[in-house]
Design a protein around this ligand. Structure first.
Ligand code: ASP
Length: 599
């Protein structure tokens, strides 16, 4: 019995035809002497009916023994569902199959969790879902995610091909270049004591491809970072990795805007407006307190440094005379914040080293706060005007060094938005996408503990041309030609125009980043040498593919869009990996384990 149709195909137009469907028993109901089985495949489901008055007893008994997720083929005649029993929720809801033959292709044991009910499935413990991933992936929501992922990958390849890009695979056995995140190492059997590393990104290879004259490269590249995993990270993940020659930043913006436009159209049939807005790193921090702002709502940070410079409130004027700033935001309508919510926000402030959190609740026409008594009329008027203060508002302050003050209020802004959304006082439509380029990042950041500069992104990012002169004399002044693409407060990707002059790259490595010359030679010597043989100016970007798909699928977790993701501990619960290996395997690798004794 070979299938003639898939399970999402039959419509009233098929009525009267004899067809065969194959799939899984999605659900079984025994009603009024009949057996109703919804048969499901990848495409959808169809109702089938077993009627004992038309079927041999033996066949009916076999249907009666079927459980959820048994695999079957059924043949029967397509007919209208009886009056009043149509199911408007599924595309095949007007018809059913009057079964005449059944083949049981395989039985299924009782499942560890049901896969037919989205509400029940949503409550299933995620560890169980990961352990039985093949069942989890049968759920229509998960199968939709995989399908959308595949569709977007194809659309990406087609678009990049149209734009003249070559897809080039780069090695995943690379060498260790311990600058960024921690790497996964792979011991080399042939030469004891040497190791490969899994690449954190194809960065160096794609730049070398530019030297090789490829001009336009892309890859759906697997990358590896051995970090302690945060909620939305995976030790291995996929990037849409891109590099181009003879271009400037504008070319990258145009390319990515075109790609995302295509992707949104393909995946969601949504036309996103281009070009995207742009915001400098400084403005992003000043206004939103974060370098990946969610601009779907306001609640912007407002500066009050001038107003409070001579304030009698020493917490403010003192911070300013120490070179800091005073900033505030108005959480509109949140004057009823609970003690617990205020404590949460205070903890955010303290985690950045602040002593506490100053705030004003505007209730019953009064400003309720112990700090109000320090404010004069001009200060109050400035607050009222610049923050548009009204009854029911909650005003929150940060008085600190610029970056710290911005970051504190940036976190508080997002927290308040969540609370307000929960209370229905702030609404953000689910289908709204605010794309944004964040530009003009500082090239370097200072590490106080190690007393040295490090690259804000990576050491290959080119400085803005007019800032090159400050590379060694005043590094903090130097802006990088880096850009991030942000949507709804999520960093979708980032990239930069690269350094292509060997002398500038050497200066950055040795004099700015203070990497000893012999180490530079060992790690990056081949790159510096390549740049000496005619390296074109080039730049690129990488988009987080898993995150992109998660946004398109409207899910919070990238684990929902990866077929076989790992847990927060980096384990694969289905295959039980990582796992110990045989002593002989270790001997072959010239490795010996020294394990700390367990208590
Ligand atoms: N290699 C960078 C990253 O993985 C992206 C880029 O600069 O193109 O974040």
């Amino acid at each position: 019995m070979k299938r003639t149709h898939h399970c999402n195909e039959l419509r009233p137009a098929h009525i009267g035809q004899t067809v065969t469907l194959s799939g899984w028993v999605h659900s079984r109901r025994d009603l009024g002497g009949l057996i109703f089985i919804d048969i499901r495949d990848r495409e959808g489901r169809t109702q089938t009916v077993f009627d004992p008055s038309n079927l041999p007893k033996e066949l009916f008994d076999r249907a009666a023994a079927l459980r959820s997720e048994c695999v079957i083929s059924v043949t029967g005649k397509v007919r209208h569902r009886p009056e009043g029993t149509n199911n408007a929720k599924i595309p095949t809801g007007e018809v059913e199959l009057g079964v005449t033959a059944l083949e049981v292709l395989n039985m299924a044991e009782v499942l560890p969790f049901p896969v037919d009910d989205p509400e029940v499935a949503a409550k299933v413990n995620e560890e169980l879902r990961l352990q039985y991933r093949y069942l989890d992936l049968r759920r229509p929501e998960m199968s939709r995610n995989l399908r959308l992922r595949s569709k977007v990958a194809t659309a990406t390849r087609v678009f990049m091909d149209e734009q003249g890009f070559l897809e080039v695979e780069t090695p995943t056995l690379f060498k260790s270049t311990p600058e960024g995140a921690r790497e996964f190492l792979v011991p080399n059997r042939r030469e004891p004591g040497t190791f490969y590393a899994l690449p954190q990104s194809p960065q160096q290879f794609k730049q070398i491809l530019m030297v090789a004259g490829v001009e336009r490269y892309f890859q759906l590249a697997r990358c590896y970072r051995d970090e302690d995993l945060r909620a939305d990270r995976q030790p291995e993940f996929t990037q849409v990795d891109i590099e181009m020659s003879f271009i400037d930043r504008e070319d990258i913006y145009t390319l990515i805007e075109g790609l995302l436009k295509r992707v949104w159209k393909t995946a969601l049939n949504v036309d996103i407006p281009t070009p995207f807005k742009r915001l400098s790193f400084n403005d992003a921090l000043n206004r939103y307190g974060i370098d990946k702002p969610d601009t779907r709502f306001g609640m912007e940070l407002v500066d009050f440094t001038e107003e409070f410079r001579a304030s009698t409130f020493k917490v403010f004027s003192g911070a300013i005379s120490n070179g800091g700033v005073v900033k505030a935001l108005n959480a509109k309508g949140l004057a009823d914040a609970t003690q617990g919510q205020i404590e949460t926000m205070t903890e955010y402030a303290k985690s950045f080293g602040a002593k506490g959190l100053a705030f004003i609740k505007v209730e019953k026409g009064e400003w309720k706060s112990p700090i109000v008594k320090f404010f004069n009329d001009a200060e109050k008027a400035a607050l009222t005007q610049k923050l548009a203060i009204e009854e029911g508002d909650l005003i929150l302050f940060a008085a600190d060094q610029w970056l710290t003050a911005c970051e504190i209020l940036g976190k508080i802004r997002l927290y308040c938005a969540d609370v307000l959304k929960g209370q229905g006082k702030l609404s953000v439509p689910a289908d709204r996408f605010d794309f944004l380029w964040v530009v003009d990042f500082p090239l370097l950041s200072f590490d106080k503990e190690q007393n040295r500069w490090y690259s804000s992104h990576h050491p290959f990012t080119a400085p803005v041309a007019e800032d090159v002169q400050f590379l060694t004399s005043d590094p903090k002044k130097v802006r990088g030609q880096h850009y991030d693409i942000v949507v709804n407060g999520v960093e979708l990707g980032g990239g930069s125009i690269r350094i292509h002059q060997p002398d500038v790259q050497k200066t950055v490595f040795e004099q700015v980043l203070q990497i000893p010359p012999e180490m530079v030679k060992a790690r990056f010597g081949y790159m510096l040498e390549a740049f000496r043989y005619g390296a074109p100016p080039h730049g690129g970007i990488a988009l987080g593919f898993d995150r992109l798909i998660a946004i398109l699928c409207g899910t919070q977790s990238i684990r929902d869009v990866i077929a076989f993701p790992k847990t927060a501990k980096g384990t694969d619960l289905m295959t039980d990996s990582p796992a110990p290996v045989e002593p002989k395997q270790l001997r072959d690798l010239h490795l010996e384990l020294k394990m700390a004794k367990k208590e």
